[in-house]
Design a binder for this molecule. Structure first.
Ligand code: NAD
Length: 305
C-alpha cells in the first residue's frame, strides 16, 4: 500500500478497541506507518506485530494501569520498563444500538471514554483521538426517518440525537472537550461515517439497487484504510486543542448524482452550498482544510457502476 511520508517520526500509541472491525485496519495502518502500538481490548487481536492487553475500559483502575504499562511484544524482552507514550487512540465501544440494551450502550461508551480520556490526560499523554460517529447528527437512529436542518452535514450543525448510542458519543465529545480544556492537550473526536472494509465493496451493487436504503446515513462511507490515514494525520498534527472532524469519503455510496438523491429523498432540505456532482452529503471539508485529508479509496476503484 502506498503511504505518504510521515511529517515527523512515528511514536508509541495505546489503541483501545483495536480488535474490532475498524480498529484492526487502523492499527495495521499505523504499524505500517512506523508506529509501535499496544492494543487495549477485551478481545485479542490476531496481529503478530501488536500485543493485546486484555482490559475492560469501564474499569478506571484497569485503564490507568494499561495506559502506563510496557508496550513491547514479549515477556522475556531485555527490558520490561514502561516507555513514554505519545498518544492514545480510543475506538473501544459498543458500536451501535440494538446490540445490548440502551443503558448498557450508554454505560460502556460514556464511562469507558471518561476513563480513557481522564487516565490519558492525568498520565501526561498529550494527544488523544476518540472515535465519535456520524450518528451524532441525530438522523441515523431516530425513531422515524427525519429531515436534517440543512445539508451537507458539517461540524457546525447543532447536534441533538435521541438514541442512546449517539447520545453516548455526544457525551464523549463533551468529555473530550472538558479534558482538553483542563489539560491544554489536543483531543480530536472523529465523527466516523459508515466504515467499509476492502471486502465490503462487494455489497455496493446491493446499495445501488436500493437507493433509499442508505438515506439515514447520507450515503456516507469511509474505507477503513482511509480512516487509518485520517488517524495518522491527527497523530501528526498539533495545536488544534479540541476538535470534532467528520470522517467520510468525498463521494456518496450511491451511483446516483447527489442532486438526484436530494430530489428523491430530501426535497425540502436547505442545501448550504454548491455541491460537486457526486459530493457526499456528510461533509469532509473541515478535515481536508485543517489536516489535508484526501481519501484514496473511492468505491469507483473497486465497483462497476
Ligand atoms: N463501524 C462503523 O461504521 C462505525 C461508524 C462510526 C463510528 N464507529 C465507532 O468506531 C469505533 C470502532 O467501531 P467498530 O465498528 O470497529 O466496532 P467493533 O464492535 O467491531 O469494535 C469495538 C471494539 O471495542 C471492544 N470493546 C467493547 N467494549 C469494551 C470494553 N468495555 N473494554 C475494552 N474493549 C471493549 C470490542 O471488543 C471490540 O474489539 C467505535 O467507537 C464505534 O462507535 C464505527
Amino acid at each position: 500500500m502506498a503511504k505518504r511520508a510521515n511529517t515527523r517520526p512515528a511514536g508509541r500509541v495505546m489503541f483501545t478497541g483495536g480488535s474490532g472491525k475498524a480498529g484492526k485496519h487502523v492499527v495495521q495502518y499505523l504499524v505500517d506507518s512506523g508506529y509501535q502500538v499496544l492494543n487495549i481490548d477485551t478481545k485479542p487481536l490476531d496481529n503478530p506485530n501488536v500485543r493485546t492487553l486484555i482490559t475492560d475500559i469501564t474499569d478506571s483502575g484497569q485503564v490507568f494501569n494499561a495506559l502506563s504499562s510496557y508496550m513491547g511484544l514479549h515477556e522475556f524482552d531485555p527490558s520490561l520498563r514502561p516507555q513514554q507514550v505519545d498518544a492514545v487512540v480510543h475506538f473501544a465501544a459498543i458500536p451501535r444500538i440494538m446490540i445490548t440494551p440502551d443503558n448498557e450502550v450508554f454505560r460502556v461508551n460514556a464511562l469507558g471514554t471518561y476513563n480513557v480520556v481522564e487516565a490519558a490526560t492525568k498520565l501526561g499523554i498529550r494527544k488523544i483521538i476518540v472515535a465519535s460517529s456520524e450518528t451524532t447528527y441525530g438522523l441515523v437512529f431516530a425513531n422515524e426517518p427525519k429531515d436534517p436542518e440543512y445539508l451537507p452535514l458539517d461540524e457546525e450543525y447543532d447536534v441533538n440525537p435521541m438514541d442512546s448510542y449517539a447520545l453516548s458519543k455526544i457525551v464523549n465529545e463533551q468529555t473530550a472537550r472538558a479534558f482538553a480544556t483542563r489539560s491544554g492537550y489536543d483531543i480530536y473526536a472523529l465523527r466516523i461515517g459508515n466504515v467499509i472494509e476492502p471486502h465490503e465493496y462487494a455489497n455496493f451493487p446491493k446499495f445501488f439497487a436500493d437507493p433509499g436504503g442508505r438515506k439515514r446515513i447520507m450515503w456516507s462511507y469511509i474505507d477503513a484504510r482511509d480512516l487509518g490515514e485520517m488517524t495518522r494525520l491527527c497523530l501528526e498534527k498539533d495545536g488544534l486543542g479540541y476538535q470534532a472532524f467528520n470522517v467520510g469519503n468525498d463521494d456518496c455510496s450511491s451511483d446516483l448524482p447527489t442532486a438526484e438523491l436530494l430530489k428523491r429523498f430530501y426535497p425540502k432540505v436547505k442545501v448550504k452550498h454548491k455541491l460537486g456532482k457526486y459530493e457526499c452529503l456528510f461533509s469532509n471539508r473541515k478535515a481536508r482544510n485543517l489536516l489535508g485529508f484526501q481519501p484514496q479509496h473511492s468505491w469507483r476503484k473497486y465497483v462497476k457502476a
